[in-house]
Ligand binder design. Structure first.
Ligand SMILES: Cc1ncc(C[n+]2csc(CCOP(=O)(O)OP(=O)(O)O)c2C)c(N)n1
Ligand SMILES: [Mg+2]
Length: 630
């Protein structure tokens, strides 16, 4: 059903009926669905395990609300109307806690776009391009636990791949739904647009599937089974799933299937075995430190991890990837660990502990270890992965992270709990007429941020400056440290803000990164998302200048945009905007942005080579970082 353009959403569905009760048996019979099929989403244990991470209606558990009005549609004759494959997919993903769908429309994807636009539960969020949409979906998934991204065949899905692959690397669950040419045309081998002109239609499936942890090519018969399979697998790994749907199949009625949702659970015996070893190691450890990993954040397990750490009483540290995962003012917080760039006390605690409890699989990469300067003995690690526990050479499988956290909270080590002295917020220095230096800027960010803010950090010099700075309690931080694709933060901030309008989203980006995806500032305005944006304009790619012997290569220079004018040009004429050259101007702009009811956009003029200490350190370790032949 193609809605009439510009018709208000509700009026597009005059045939919807409100009460499912009397229709349900008929629908079940018609679809030959067992009556419990209506309960599928309720059975998904992860809904409940997300706890406060998700605040969605389906928490109330009203059966009638589970499958939306899409499924209740009747023909004007009063007969129950078929549920199309596209409608089923949208409704099934809505039941995963998704209420927005990011994407760019295209003809092969029209049936899916229509199903979203017609859905009472999922709102279409058009982005300026598919890369932006994939970044926005990644941001959204980090907050909601899952996101939906719709792109069209070939040209659309391939443009999204970097963002989806980044979500895979960083463990963010994006359902990437792609509309394919019709099965009719595929079967006939027709030459069609968005193909290589070879009559082959499988060219891109493998490429897109590589960016996911699982994939399915949907038809009416396999739809229900395949949706449960990919949802189960994507949840198990917390990584993207790729779902390709030929356009004619998308409109076909979905065929019934006898299927139950797949819920990952620990094997009880394996869990007990793992816990027995962990308990023994914990009891015998003279010193122990916990590393809550970024996966805890992605799975919404912060409270559980905090409880386990509090019961264990040990100090905990974070890498850049877990900044503020638990408040930095927590008495057990022992600092940010980044190899040789750590505070000496933090370094001693981490590198000197005879037990390191890695909760979730911390990622020790070149960035988090400050150019591989960490000195960690991995034989002292117990690594609790999403689905297994590694202790030395032993791997115990089928053990879920959430269950290990619950069990850890029951251990009662005899040693006295660790109590650190929380680092004070850095003092705000400088006089109003001073130029803006990075040394003066980072403490100002810390002073500006407050509980209830989610700060989104872009790859670049600023994030390396902000992360070592103590931030106030109650501030959330999202960054793409491992994948590190510039341009990510602007659309990710958009997705994050949409996912949780109860918090204020603050975007901190360099101007070089911003140039890749700034056009979706327009979408922030369009959808009324009031992000506060800080753009550091330091005349080029500073981080790149620092990571080379020669800072003056011309490829690190940029077209000199008039950044402060962007919101106006992109449809955000009511936003607060300012370009600031001095500390006084910056302080005033920060105050105005904080009180602004609309979005705010501040262009900060910084020094071309003014970099944070960690970047200067990396500059001194280029050989270690990149690996040079001796
Ligand atoms: C998609 C992508 N392209 C290129 C890079 C390489 N790269 C990393 S940081 C960076 C420049 C960032 O510059 P800017 O945002 O201005 O931040 P600054 O370091 O200047 O503060 C580039 C080009 C990347 N990480 N991702
Ligand atoms: Mg720059």
């Amino acid at each position: 059903m193609v809605p009439t353009p510009n018709t208000p959403k509700k009026e597009r569905h005059p045939r919807r009926v409100s009460g499912l009760g009397e229709l349900r048996p008929a629908v079940c019979t018609w679809l030959r669905l067992p009556s419990w099929s209506w309960r599928i989403p309720h059975w998904l244990g992860f809904f409940r395990s997300k706890g406060s991470h998700l605040t969605l209606n389906w928490h109330t558990g009203e059966e009638e609300n589970v499958m939306s009005e899409q499924i209740r549609q009747t023909e004007s004759s009063g007969m129950v109307k078929a549920v199309s494959v596209a409608d089923y997919i949208v409704e099934r993903l809505a039941a995963e806690g998704i209420s927005h769908c990011f994407g760019v429309a295209g003809d092969y994807a029209f049936p899916i776009c229509d199903a979203v636009d017609s859905s009472a539960k999922v709102k279409w969020i058009g982005c300026a391009n598919e890369l932006n949409a994939s970044y926005a979906a990644d941001g959204y998934a980090r907050i909601r636990g899952a996101a939906m991204l719709v792109t069209t065949y070939g040209v659309g899905e391939l443009s999204a791949l970097n963002g989806v692959m980044g979500a895979k690397a960083e463990r963010s669950l994006v359902f990437h739904v792609v509309g394919m040419p019709s099965y009719q045309n595929q079967r006939l081998g027709k030459i069609a647009h968005h193909t290589l002109g070879d009559g082959v239609f499988g060219n891109f499936v493998d490429l897109s599937a590589a960016a996911a942890c699982c994939h399915a090519v949907i038809n009416p018969e396999n739809c229900i089974v395949e949706m449960e399979r990919v949802i189960g697998e994507a949840r198990r790994n917390n990584q993207p799933a790729y779902i390709a749907v030929p356009s004619d199949y998308a409109l076909s009625p979905v065929m019934s299937a006898d299927v139950k949702p797949i819920v990952s659970r620990s094997n009880e015996a394996a869990l007990q075995k793992a816990m027995a070893i962990i308990e023994e190691r914990v009891n015998n450890a003279k010193s122990m430190v916990a590393f809550p990993a970024f996966t805890i954040l992605r799975l919404g397990l912060q409270k559980q991890a905090q409880k386990a750490i509090e019961e264990l009483g040990c100090p905990f540290v974070t890498t850049l990837m877990e900044k503020c995962i638990i408040d930095e003012g927590h008495p057990q917080f022992a600092g940010l660990y980044a190899g040789a760039m750590s505070d000496p006390k933090t370094r001693r605690i981490v590198e000197g502990s005879d037990l390191v409890l890695d909760l979730g699989g911390v990622n020790l990469n070149d960035i988090t270890t400050a150019a591989y300067s960490a000195q960690l003995d991995l034989s002292r690690f117990i690594t609790v992965g999403l689905d297994d526990v590694r202790i030395g050479d032993k791997v115990i499988t089928n053990v879920r992270l959430t269950d290990v956290l619950s069990e850890l909270a029951k251990l009662k080590p005899s040693s006295a709990p660790y109590r650190g002295t929380p680092q004070a917020l850095a003092p705000v220095n400088g006089s109003p007429s001073d130029k803006i230096t990075m040394a003066a800027l980072y403490p100002r960010y810390a002073a500006f941020l407050r509980a209830g803010d989610t700060v989104v950090l872009e790859t670049g010099s600023t994030s390396l400056g902000v992360t070592p700075t103590r931030l106030p309690d109650g501030v959330g931080v999202e960054a793409q440290v491992l994948w590190g694709s510039i341009g990510w933060a602007t659309p990710a901030a958009f997705g994050i803000a949409l996912a949780d309008p109860g918090r204020r989203t603050i975007l901190i980006t360099g101007e070089g990164s911003h140039q890749l995806t700034a056009n979706d500032i327009g979408s922030m305005g369009r959808f009324g998302v009031n992000v506060i944006v800080f753009v550091l304009n330091n005349d080029g790619y500073l981080i790149e200048r620092a990571l080379e012997e020669n800072p003056d290569w011309t490829y690190n220079d940029l077209a000199p945009w008039n950044y402060v004018e962007l919101p106006k040009a992109l449809g955000c004429a009511d936003w607060y905007t300012a370009r600031v050259n001095t500390l006084g101007e910056l302080d005033d702009a920060m105050k105005a942005a904080r009180t602004s009811k609309t979005g705010a956009y501040i262009e900060i003029i910084g020094g071309k080579m003014d970099m944070p200490p960690v970047l200067a350190f990396a500059h001194s370790r280029l050989k270690e970082m990149y690996g040079a032949t001796p």
